[in-house]
Write a protein that binds this ligand. Structure first.
Ligand code: G6Q
Length: 542
């Protein structure tokens, strides 16, 4: 059952939305010259401009009331303090402890977790330094030149995204690759250019039982053993896992297993030993800067008043767009090629966390629940799906991420990137009126029926909301802060909707579903299927 106060707060927002929907953002900007300072906030070097959201000052007040009714601050504090807020798995939720650079004690079941966190960080540092300085070699004594991370989902997307985003910090002497898909093409194509003698595999799996990861890990093991002999395997494999028993059974010494804990959710695990490929790529000092940036955002989230709190504002504005204004998807549009994997990572964090149909007490969700998250970097998207953002009959709130300076400037490319990003949000907001279209076509020499026929096609309704995050440059510290900002915003949304943002039974289901069909494919007895599945299975077998 939804709490009565929360229900009332949502009802008030919806009633207020009916009035806001009648206004146009263009007019709101024309009438209020303070709209930009009024609706911007800043923390950790990130400016959040939410003035192009379809809101008024009353909207913010009503969202603050919703936050109070939903008890967001109390639940946030419970999370940071190690309470078992993941009730369906009876677990604490402490990715924030992994980046707790102030090192203040964080207790789970009366036990401070910080000594263990620091112990694993120290082991990661030692290993990272040894691989990077060449003292930790492969079995033949040759320096390691390539690391392959084998993992999937939370054990892949986060570190893969960060390694790509921080490529200017990467060592040119150590290339880091990622294999996730059980499709052998993934492993095949990755191994093709590699030499077993100079390759190190990181098997990253919280459970160490995931079908895809274990299949790929066994394939990699065979590749090394075939080339260098069975005795060489140990020198070319390390594990990141919570399951020491399965790691040993696979043949990796637990001395070279980097542990983490059940209170680290997969999609929140890049801050743990799952971040080992990041540290290998950019070095441990830079990995620590990533943690520092996230920690600064954690502190901001814990202490800033709601109206100046970036994760609170982002989460609440999304709830507003979804529940009161009727949006069902959000386009996440980094104007940064090196953030090309940011949206896929956030898609997992968001959709796996809040894609839920029931509230904490098991009753069906009453409000919202997770939106569809999609998008890809600008300016590429402008030449593709932005058409629908500008003229489609669905309003899709957009979130832009933009750095003021490029880490790899060439000519005036970055200025053009900025110009395009700002032009997109302006055009989405303003639109183009019939009069403006007519004037434009007239200037181009058109008139009469031909001009009138074209007007509706060149009309842009505008009033399409967006939020822009602007920061100096995409370094490790900023990236850490941006990821943490999004993690917490997702938590804020889940709290408003009263869902458990930290379980993932839909993903667990996927881990079981294929097993009986696999058995049939490999000669086991036939199961009972619908006609479509049975027909496809028969075709595959023939
Ligand atoms: C993340 C999910 C899921 C998980 C993968 C890999 O929150 O639970 O994406 O990370 O299924 O699981 P393992 O790390 O256990 O292999």
């Amino acid at each position: 059952m939804m709490d009565q106060r929360v229900t009332e707060a949502f009802d008030a927002l919806r009633a207020h939305a009916a009035g806001v929907k009648k206004q146009h953002l263009r007019t709101m900007f024309e009438q209020d010259h303070d709209r930009f300072p009024r609706f911007t906030a800043e923390a950790c070097g990130i400016l959040m401009d939410y003035s192009k959201s379809r809101i008024t000052s009353d909207t913010v007040k009503l969202l603050e009331k919703l936050a109070a009714a939903a008890g967001i601050e109390a639940r946030r504090d419970a999370m940071f303090e190690g309470e078992k807020i993941n009730t369906t798995e009876d677990r604490a939720v402490l990715h924030t402890a992994l980046r707790n650079r102030s090192n203040s004690p964080v207790e789970v079941d009366g036990q401070d977790v910080m000594p263990d966190v620091n112990g694993v960080l120290a082991a990661m540092e030692k290993f990272t330094d040894a691989v990077r300085d060449g003292s930790r070699t492969g079995s033949t004594g040759k320096r390691i030149t390539d690391v392959v991370n084998i993992g999937i989902g939370g054990s892949d997307l986060g570190p893969r995204m960060v390694v790509r985003a921080l490529s200017p910090d990467a060592s040119p002497e150590l290339r880091v690759h990622f294999v996730a898909n059980v499709d052998p093409a993934d492993m095949h194509d990755t191994l093709q250019a590699l030499d077993p003698a100079t390759t190190m595999f990181v098997i990253a799996s919280k459970t160490f039982t995931t079908m895809e990861t274990m299949t790929n890990a066994r394939a990699a093991r065979a590749w090394v053993a075939d080339a260098l002999g069975e005795a060489s395997v140990g020198a070319h494999f390390v594990a990141v896992s919570t399951n020491a028993k399965e790691v040993s059974a696979f043949g990796i010494s637990t001395d070279e297993m980097f542990g983490f804990w059940d209170w680290v959710g997969g999609r929140y695990s890049l801050w743990s030993a799952i971040g080992l490929p990041i540290a290998l790529s950019v070095g441990f000092a830079t990995f620590k800067e990533l943690l520092d940036g996230a920690h600064q955002m954690d502190r901001h989230f814990q202490t800033a008043p709601i109206g100046q709190n970036l994760p609170m504002l982002l989460g609440l504005l999304r709830v507003w767009e979804i529940d009161a204004m009727g949006s069902s998807s959000i386009a996440l549009l980094p104007y940064d090629q090196r953030l090309e994997l940011f949206t896929p990572h956030l898609q997992q964090v968001d959709m796996e966390s809040n894609g839920k149909g029931v509230m904490l007490d098991g009753s069906p969700v009453v409000f919202g629940s997770g939106p569809v998250i999609w998008g890809s970097p600008g300016t590429n998207g402008q030449h593709a799906f932005h058409q629908l953002l500008h003229q489609g009959n669905r309003i899709i709130p957009c979130e832009f991420l933009l750095a003021k300076t490029s880490r790899s400037p060439i000519g005036d490319g970055h200025q053009k990137l900025i110009a395009n990003c700002l032009a997109q949000s302006e055009a989405l907001m303003r639109g183009k009126t019939e009069d403006e279209v007519r004037a434009e076509l007239t200037r181009q020499g058109m008139s009469g029926e031909a001009l009138e026929a074209l007007v509706p096609h060149k009309l842009f309704t505008g009033n399409r909301p967006s939020i822009t995050f602007l920061y100096e440059k995409l370094d490790a510290r900023t990236l850490g802060a941006v990821i943490a900002l999004y993690e917490h915003a997702i938590f804020v949304q889940g709290t408003c909707w009263d869902v458990n943002s930290f379980d993932q039974w839909g993903v667990e289901l996927g881990k079981q579903l294929a097993l009986p069909i696999l058995e049939e494919l490999t000669g086991g007895k036939s199961g009972s299927h619908d006609a479509s599945t049975a027909g496809l299975l028969a075709r595959v077998k023939n």
